[in-house]
Design a protein around this ligand. Structure first.
Ligand code: DX5
Ligand code: ZN
Length: 219
C-alpha cells in the first residue's frame, strides 16, 4: 500500500555497511539509541556490484538485538532469489534495482505477498524513467546518490534532479536516498523531495550518533 495521501515524514535509515562489523550487537544498540527508525542492510553479491557484503543470516543474527525497522537494499544480479530468504530473516522493506535481472512488477507483487514493503532503486547513471512505471505500485523509490558498492563515497549532486522529478510525479510516496548523506547534503536532498535518508559513515563516525541523526532529520 503506498501513496497514503499524506506528505511523508523524515525517516533516518542507518546503514551498517561502514559500522563496526565486528560487533553488530553494539551497532544495533547504537542505532536504536540514536533514534534512527530504520536499520539499512546493503546486500552485495560481487556480481551486480564488485563488492560482496552479507546475506540473510546477518539479519537473523541482529534481529534479537534491534528495535529498528529492517530496511534491505539488494544490490544483487538476481534479486528474486533473495526475497523469501530476507523476508524469513526479518526484513520489513526490500528494495531491488531495476538494473538487475528481474521482472520489477512481479518482484513487487512477491514482496507484497509476503507482507513487506517494496522499494525500487536506480543507480546515479540510470534515467529517472527507470522508476516511474512503478510509482503506483511500489512503496518507495530509492534514488542512489552514489554509485552502489561502497560506503564513504562523495555525494553526486546530479542526482537531485531525479529526486525532484519523482516527488513531482508522486507527492505521497517515500523517496529514499543513499550515499554521501551528511549534515551538508541532507538539506539538499530534503529540499529536492527525499524523506528517507540512508546514512552510514556520517552517523557511525560521529561522536554523538543521536545528535547526528537529529541533524539529518531536522536539516
Ligand atoms: C552504497 C551503499 C552506501 C551506504 C551508505 O552501495 O548503499 O551508500 O549505504 O554510505 P555512506 O557511508 O556514504 O552513508
Ligand atoms: Zn544502501
Amino acid at each position: 500500500m503506498n501513496n497514503t495521501e499524506k506528505i511523508p515524514g523524515t525517516i533516518i535509515s542507518a546503514s551498517i555497511l561502514n559500522s563496526d562489523l565486528s560487533d553488530l550487537r553494539e551497532t544495533a544498540r547504537r542505532v536504536d539509541e540514536s533514534g534512527s527508525e530504520w536499520l539499512h542492510f546493503d546486500v552485495m553479491d560481487g556480481n551486480f556490484v564488485e563488492n560482496i557484503t552479507f546475506g540473510s543470516s546477518v539479519l537473523h543474527a541482529v534481529k534479537p538485538f534491534s528495535k529498528a525497522f529492517f530496511d534491505v537494499h539488494l544490490m544483487v544480479r538476481l534479486p528474486e532469489r533473495q526475497i523469501k530468504l530476507f523476508a524469513d530473516a526479518g526484513a520489513q522493506n526490500i528494495t531491488f534495482h531495476t538494473e538487475s535481472e528481474c521482472d520489477p512488477e512481479a518482484l513487487i507483487d512477491e514482496i507484497h505477498s509476503l507482507g513487506l514493503r517494496a522499494g525500487v532503486a536506480i543507480k546515479p547513471g540510470t534515467d529517472v524513467s527507470g522508476v516511474m512505471p512503478y510509482i503506483g505500485k511500489a512503496d518507495m523509490m530509492l534514488i542512489m546518490t552514489v554509485e552502489p558498492g561502497y560506503g564513504g563515497q562523495g555525494f553526486i549532486p546530479e542526482t537531485l534532479g531525479k529526486i525532484k522529478a519523482v516527488r513531482e510525479a508522486a507527492p505521497y510516496i517515500d523517496i529514499q536516498v543513499d550515499g554521501g548523506i551528511n549534515d551538508k547534503t541532507a538539506a539538499l536532498v530534503k529540499e529536492a523531495g527525499a524523506n528517507v535518508l540512508v546514512a552510514g559513515t556520517y552517523l557511525f563516525r560521529s561522536d554523538d550518533m543521536h545528535k547526528a541523526a537529529d541533524t539529518l532529520r531536522n536539516a
